[in-house]
Design a binder for this molecule. Structure first.
Ligand SMILES: [Zn+2]
Length: 340
């Protein structure tokens, strides 16, 4: 059933922004009927990479879910007259780096944490289904927040600790835009580091203080992205959901609820919309924070504000299908638990 890229849509939310959107199509899978990270963790939910273009220069924000997707992105940009491409990786997860090889002759920027995580997970990512092989590494490691120019467009790359410890987001001050990577998802964030949710909350507050006018996430609704993105209430919805997860201790009835009754307040913001495939994400999130599956993070550590680990704790839910069989060496699921 492999016909990767056939359903990818090219959206133009702004004259200088390309959005390469694929998935969120009911009943359609892109790679395989069997559980795999590409379909279950990205395509079913909707996945979007971006490019900022000015004149002959482009900055690609994530290389999408396959080499085919990445080639299509490069073709579109070159057809626009782009001669110089740089890449910024939002974080190390497979659905954001699978197309790196197509840009291996370009500058590929990432945080030091992204390089560390990719190095640690290289073998698992190269032998996953589908494999990312060879996994091409970033070749420019950013030292903290970094300002660059894409043509005449200033771009501020900022590191945040939301969703994943190594996240890099982008702010375009001239157009009041925030490219959020996976720090924000519609309707809910995907919890990969359940022991560090409190840290993520703190950085959500920091991100909200930037007062971005519009927000473009990597997992969201195509129609909203095409229309220019989400407003600041998107951050509020994410905060409310994370706070609800943090309130789970001892709340077994709450833990059993489906997404809409678990956190009706996030939908009341108007920022996010219920989308049934995220029910699996929510269930897995609840299991991750309550320790119902795999090796449980303790609820004590969940509320700690300990400094970030050099490697992110990786959720060990056996029902996880977003990044199956992926863990850092030495963590509890480092032997690659089979997907169920
Ligand atoms: Zn993602």
């Amino acid at each position: 059933m492999e016909n990767l890229g056939a359903t990818m849509r090219i959206l133009r939310p702004y004259p200088h922004v390309f959005a390469f959107y694929d998935g969120r199509i009911e009943g359609v899978r892109a790679y395989s009927p069997d559980p795999n990270w590409l379909d279950d963790g990205a395509y079913a939910l909707g996945i979007c990479s971006y490019a900022i273009v000015d004149g002959t220069e482009a900055l690609v924000y994530d290389t999408h879910i396959s080499l085919t997707h990445a080639r299509l992105i490069r073709q579109v940009l070159e057809a626009q007259g782009v001669a110089s491409i740089r890449v910024l990786l939002s974080h190390w997860h497979d659905d954001h780096v699978a197309g790196n090889a197509v840009f291996q002759d370009c500058e590929i920027m990432a945080s030091a944490g992204t390089l560390t995580a990719l190095t640690a997970h290289r073998h698992k990512m190269e032998t996953a289904a589908p494999p990312i092989k060879p996994l091409v590494m970033p070749n420019r490691i950013l030292d903290g927040d970094t300002a660059i120019q894409v043509g005449k467009i200033p771009v501020e790359i900022r590191h945040v600790d939301i969703h994943c410890f190594d996240a890099a987001v982008m702010v375009l001050p001239q157009s009041d835009l925030l490219f959020a990577g996976d720090t924000l998802e519609d309707p809910i964030t995907y919890v990969d580091e359940p022991a560090r949710l409190k840290t993520h909350l703190a950085d959500l507050a920091r991100m909200a203080s930037w007062n971005a006018g519009r927000i473009l996430p990597n997992h969201g609704r195509a129609d909203i992205i095409a229309a220019g993105g989400y407003d600041a209430s998107f951050i509020d919805a994410t905060r409310l959901y994370v706070e609800k997860l943090l309130s789970l201790q001892g709340e077994t009835a709450l833990a059993a609820r489906a997404l809409q009754s678990f956190a009706p307040e996030i939908f009341a913001t108007g920022a996010v919309t219920y989308f049934a495939p995220y029910e699996n994400v929510h269930r897995r999130n609840v299991e991750a924070v309550t320790g119902q599956a795999g090796a449980p993070p303790s609820l004590v550590s969940l509320t700690s504000t300990a400094s970030p680990p050099p490697e992110c704790w990786y959720g060990s839910s056996a029902t996880s299908q977003r990044h199956p069989r992926r863990a850092l060496p030495g963590t509890s699921d480092g032997d690659g638990r089979p997907v169920t």
